[in-house]
Ligand binder design. Structure first.
Ligand SMILES: C[S@@+](CC[C@H](N)C(=O)[O-])C[C@H]1O[C@@H](n2cnc3c(N)ncnc32)[C@H](O)[C@@H]1O
Length: 294
């Protein structure tokens, strides 16, 4: 680094000051991510160069990103990336920021896919956002025919960009209001992390949620409007013995199980996330063979 343009701050001192300003459990990690973003380096570089002086112009850029974070903007929107199930995904304010909770849904899908004998199972991800769930499944089941839909064209553009960058270009992306553009298509597995927050929930005006698209978050008075639509039409799009798997709020599991059972699905069961909260409910198409409408 050029000493002539250097501040008196070392990399380490700049990080400590920033972490103190952020003053949260994740403050130190966030400070690191912001400085990595400014310098275009990884964490190993920051450790190796901890005592280097920080150039004044770089410190100014760092302070600008820090100010955005202090104003509440999610770190993933500032750096434009978020890691999900081992994939580095581009995100933007048009997409939800993928959550670790949704890895429970990926694992449930991979588990069911592992027990199916079909070499090229058909998988549908409804409301794909950045493509997180579809791409994680495609990465681990390269022969699966993965289709991902979203009603947001800007979100789909980000998902397609992620697929291309991650060499998962075989995933098909469709602009659709849930199943509307899928005509009579049927799938072995349908996964979805739909909007499921009640529209008057105070969390919508707090934290990261303030910056995320409302169309990705809120769903009617009880948060279940989209889940109802997806379940009601589910059996028309599931292969015999196919599974519908939905992420939901931790207090919505009983309601989602009832909706699936009332729609005629069987073996309905809820899985917990890593924190032990009810997070994903699965229901199966009871048909053993295709009916006449196939
Ligand atoms: C909670 S986000 C999930 C995004 C992504 N699957 C993830 O887990 O990070 C819900 C997604 O559903 C999409 N969505 C909302 N309403 C939709 C509809 N009627 N049809 C298709 N997609 C919809 C939103 O645009 C958003 O991308």
């Amino acid at each position: 680094m050029s000493l002539s343009l250097a501040t008196s701050l070392t990399v380490n001192a700049a990080l400590s000051l920033a972490a103190a300003k952020l003053n949260s459990a994740d403050g130190a990690m966030e400070a690191r991510l912001l400085l990595q973003e400014v310098l275009g380096v990884n964490r190993a570089w920051l450790i190796a160069h901890a005592n280097d002086a920080l150039q004044a112009n770089r410190d100014a850029e760092f302070q600008a990103l820090l100010a955005r974070r202090l104003a509440g903007e999610p770190i993933a929107y500032i750096t434009a990336y978020r890691e999900f199930y081992g994939l580095n995904l581009r995100v933007s304010p048009a997409t939800l920021i993928p959550r670790a909770d949704s890895e429970t849904l990926v694992e449930a899908a991979l588990e069911k896919l592992a027990s199916r004998t079909k070499e090229t199972p058909r998988v549908l991800d409804l409301g794909t956002g950045s493509g997180a769930i579809a791409l994680a499944i495609a990465q681990h089941r390269p022969k699966a025919l993965v289709c991902a839909v979203d009603a947001s064209a800007p979100a789909l553009a980000i998902a397609q960009e992620n697929a291309a960058r991650l060499n998962l270009g075989h995933v098909q992306f469709i602009l659709s209001d849930w199943y509307a553009s899928l005509a009579n298509q049927r799938f072995d597995i349908i996964v979805s992390n739909p909007p499921y927050i009640a529209e008057n929930d105070s969390h919508l005006s707090q934290g990261d949620l303030r910056f995320e698209p409302m169309s990705a978050l809120a769903s009617g008075p009880d948060g279940l409007d989209d889940i109802r639509s997806i379940i009601q039409q589910g059996l028309f799009h599931l292969m015999p013995q196919g599974w519908l798997m939905l992420e939901h709020g931790y207090q919505q599991a009983a309601a989602v199980r009832d909706l699936m059972a009332n729609a005629g699905m069987v073996d309905v069961v809820t899985k917990q996330d890593l924190a032990g909260n009810d997070r994903v409910t699965l229901g199966k198409n009871p048909l053993i063979v295709s009916q006449h409408w196939d």
